[in-house]
Design a protein around this ligand. Structure first.
Ligand code: ADP
Ligand code: MG
Length: 210
């Protein structure tokens, strides 16, 4: 398919919620090494609530769907990840607006707006060892491959997110709780970069499943 529509948005949120639930212990394990052992619980709780709210919402435009997810995350998830993932979906919402379907270019612009929002909110830049290090390369890779269509662009984005997560594992963290650990964070994967990788894999697979 060439467009990203409401059915794709539902499949995306639902697939992401399923995978976060399956992998909640792994994510919490990662956060127990560098933080406070709640990332898996936070993400599982937030996205299962968001999926339920989307089901209640029924048919709606893409902006309303993304806004519902963002508001639910902000109200159900504490810590750093609730406001950051909440901002991600609220910015997607503003960018997608009242469209029932987005072209590859429109989805790329929305993902770019979401990245900008996360960076404005959390003030993290590249190499601070956060979710931004998966999100930023994913958005760049999507843009670079968008001429090939939505499927290849999302495949490239998912691959870039995973590579970004791997790339920062040896680094010291400069934002979030992991920054308190100094050199002891070196060698531990970042929990948020891991969940962002799962997000892009879910988006890729939700679109490919159409
Ligand atoms: P908390 O750190 O409040 O317990 P979580 O454990 O749910 O929240 O999320 C931790 C993740 O949030 C980190 O692994 C990191 O990727 C991300 N994170 C933390 N602070 C920031 C920030 N300022 N900007 C971007 N991402 C951040
Ligand atoms: Mg935590």
């Amino acid at each position: 398919m060439s467009d990203f529509d409401g059915a794709a948005m539902s499949r995306f949120v639902s697939t992401f919620a399923d995978r976060l639930h399956e992998r909640r212990e792994e994510l919490t394990q990662l956060d127990s090494a560098v933080g406070d052992a709640d990332h898996g619980i936070n993400m599982d709780r937030g996205f299962s609530a968001a999926r339920a709210k989307l089901a209640e919402l029924g048919e709606a435009d893409l902006g309303t769907m993304a806004k519902t997810v963002g508001m639910t995350l902000i109200s159900t998830v504490g810590g750093a990840s609730g406001p950051l993932y909440g901002t991600f979906f609220l910015r997607l919402s503003t960018s997608l607006g009242e469209r029932d379907a987005a072209s590859t270019g429109e989805l790329g612009a929305a993902l770019r707006a979401a990245l900008d929002g996360v960076q404005q909110r959390g003030k993290a830049i590249a190499d601070d060892k956060t979710m931004v290090d998966a999100l930023l390369p994913a958005v760049e890779a999507f843009d670079a491959a968008s001429g090939d269509g939505i499927g290849p662009a999302l495949a490239a984005a998912a691959q870039a997110a995973a590579a970004g997560r791997e790339r920062i594992t040896p680094l010291v963290a400069r934002k979030g709780r992991a920054s308190y650990l100094g050199e002891r964070a070196m060698g531990h994967p970042d929990p948020g970069a891991t969940s962002t990788t799962i997000l892009f894999e879910s988006l890729r697979d939700a679109v490919a499943a159409d």
